[in-house]
Design a protein around this ligand. Structure first.
Ligand code: PBG
Length: 328
């Protein structure tokens, strides 16, 4: 008897890079990467975002090159955010055809052609002077149903500008049903909805506030979810799917992989995840200090999100990951 010698040796499949590559269960493919892009109205040159090294606010002109690069890299899509020069209480810039996000969408749609899917953030926070994702009532609280009316108009404006997939990130109750109805009534039955179904009130959105020059005082806890809650995430996802969402999103990614795995296991539509600004900034900052291996940390973080069940990932590293496709 040689009981000290195991017969079953999982290490056999880890012996060489070629063997490890062959048995890998999860791969990062450019088609499942979506690059978020920021477009700012009042600048003439692309402007760096300090807390997101390597990410810039684009001009309408520099956006063209960014879209071409994304298409050339074989990315699945881009997600556009607009930063307007002026803001007001109802976020007028969001619904005006000449608003920065709608103009950027037109530009991006032309550049993208059929190469990738042009997506837009559908939320009022970049456009309101108070920075909330909706309009406020007389007591200063976010008015759910009045906000739905603004989202309806915003959806039609975005579809008209050429967005193919609307990213509903405001976490208002009934937003998917409201936007679906508005799109259908306006003749945009083929414009799809990406519902940020489970979106948590997260500290990891920190750098994004700089990226969009956020005006927010306070927080979004009356509409975004409490990080403590998992079942609530499943409820939100089920509601959005029932209201007609074409794709569901879990956000942020890394701290919510359990929610992502649960939603991916039960949803009948694609489920994606958003690796948010703070997740990006943490790895970049640690790597800049020499504390972690940047490339490995990036790949490991995105691999983990895919392994948990995401069909696609929004990530600020999309271009870089696509370029290194096939690396171990
Ligand atoms: C809302 C929106 C936010 C992000 C995407 N859409 C900010 C928020 O909800 O506070 C964050 C994305 C990121 O942090 O990378 N328009």
């Amino acid at each position: 008897m040689s009981t000290q010698h195991p017969v079953i040796r999982p290490r056999r499949l880890r012996t060489t890079p070629a063997m490890r590559r062959l048995v890998a269960e999860t791969r990062i493919h450019p088609a499942q990467l979506i690059l978020p892009l920021f477009v700012r109205e009042d600048i003439t040159e692309p402007a760096p975002i300090t807390s997101m090294p390597g990410v810039v606010q684009h001009t309408l002109d520099s956006l063209k090159g960014a879209v071409r690069d994304a298409a050339a890299a074989g990315l699945g899509g881009i997600m556009l955010f607009g930063i307007p020069a002026t803001r007001d209480a109802t976020g007028s810039g969001a619904t005006s055809a000449s608003g920065i996000l709608n103009r950027a969408t037109e530009v991006a749609a032309v550049e993208a052609g059929d190469a990738l899917v042009v997506q837009t953030d559908l939320c009022l926070d970049e456009f309101t002077d108070h920075g909330h994702c909706g309009v406020l009532d007389e007591r200063g609280a976010v008015d759910n149903d009045a906000t739905l009316d603004r989202y309806r108009d915003m959806a039609v404006a975005q579809a008209r500008a050429g967005s193919q997939l609307l990213g509903l990130s405001g976490m208002m109750d009934g937003q998917v049903a409201a936007v679906r109805e508005a799109l259908d009534d306006a003749g945009f039955a083929d414009t799809a909805i990406l519902a940020y179904a489970a979106k948590y009130a997260s500290a990891f959105y920190g750098p994004f506030r700089e990226a969009v020059d956020s005006q927010l005082q306070g927080d979004r806890r009356t509409y975004q979810q409490d990080p403590a809650n998992r079942i609530e995430g499943l409820r939100e996802a089920a509601l959005d799917e029932a209201e007609g969402a074409d794709v569901l999103m879990v956000k942020p990614a890394m701290s919510y992989l359990d929610v992502l795995a649960d939603v991916a296991a039960t949803a009948q539509v694609p489920v994606w995840a958003y690796q948010v600004s703070g997740e990006y900034a943490m790895i970049e900052a640690a790597a800049a200090n020499g504390w972690i291996d940047r490339d490995r940390a990036i790949r490991e973080s995105v691999t983990g999100i895919l392994r948990a069940g995401a069909g696609a990932v929004l990530t600020y590293w999309a271009l870089e990951l696509a370029a290194s496709e096939g690396q171990a």
